[in-house]
Design a protein. Sequence first.
Length: 411
Amino acid sequence: MIRMDQLVRAIAVALDIVEGQLLGASTHHGKRIAVLSVAMGRCFGLKEENLSSLATCALFHDSALTEYIISEQRAADPAMRLHCEYGQRNAEALLTDRDVSGFVLYHHERADGLGPFGKKEGSFPLGAEIIAIADMLDVAHHLQTVSAEDLPRIRKRVTEGAGTIFTRRAAEAMLSVLDEKMLAGLRDERIAATVENVIPVWLADVEHVSAFRIAGLAARIIDYKSVFTKRHSVQIANKAWLMGGHYNMDGNLRACLYMAAALHDLGKLATPSHILEKPGRLTPEEFDLIKDHARLTEDILKDVSGFEYICAMAAGHHERLDGTGYHQGKNADDLDFTTRLLACLDIYQAVSETRPYHAGRSHAETMPILYDMAENGWIDQEIVRDLAAVMAEYSNRDVPPPPEAALLGNV
């Protein structure tokens, strides 16, 4: 079983990196919103399952940042609406069996109706009211830095904003939970322990639809970091699922392979976009930054209980059979079949898709490059031959996702 709550938090770490790069947001923003939201939810007597859903929406409330900022490039107000709409789509795609209607969609609404959708107090759901006040206060005050001396000023702002900026019931709940003890728990050095203590445990099997969905969502978030990788992780994951079927893997192993493929570049969210999109040769320093993404992927995923094998696969996607890969310098004796397969799929996708330094390639143009790498002893020859046979059908077109990973339609 996977600790899905820990996996969601791990992906939220990556989202915070993106938000910091794009908007200058503070570290652990999503975690603080989740902690405050769950604490307020308990004031309203919400059940543990509902608190878990609220925490997931809070952690994922900014999950559409890369999609709406980098891809859409819309004007400010429409972009804010798109951010909310795409984020709601993501939450509903992940929490398939729970009602989170409007939790993310309306998290920028105000009690006076001056939010992006014009919803007034009483016309948007409690979950959205809770996330909204937590988000607004953390953005305005960076709560991880607030001292006890500043607390009365912030509480006064909550009181004065009740009924205009914040809904009255959300403001009352915030005043109940925002004390010196809570502030101390929101500090960077303590937030991990606070989250573990506050957010309910959510367990799911690797073959559960929510596990597939969160992997697919993370792949989309990663891919939108650059215009040149808008299909990269998603297509590697879909190809991994396809190849898992070709090799008659059992459901558990095939699902693990899919998730590792979807998340393998999670650490690349920390790589500056100008390096990812550089058309010329990278400097040694820039290449070192690129290479560090495999280690970061491992660092982000390593503490997710039940995810150890998936993490090892994802972190090993740049290792080579002759030991010249990165980041751990593993060799053929250390690399199992699924990790070798993921490495081959990553190369196949990178070589075939358009990049700043080369045009897209057909299957026939891609395979000689992989054959050369196999001849050099870098990647598995038998897997390369199997890719040549299976992928020929999909030259210059996308491999469809597994049914469990199909997301809700675009908004």
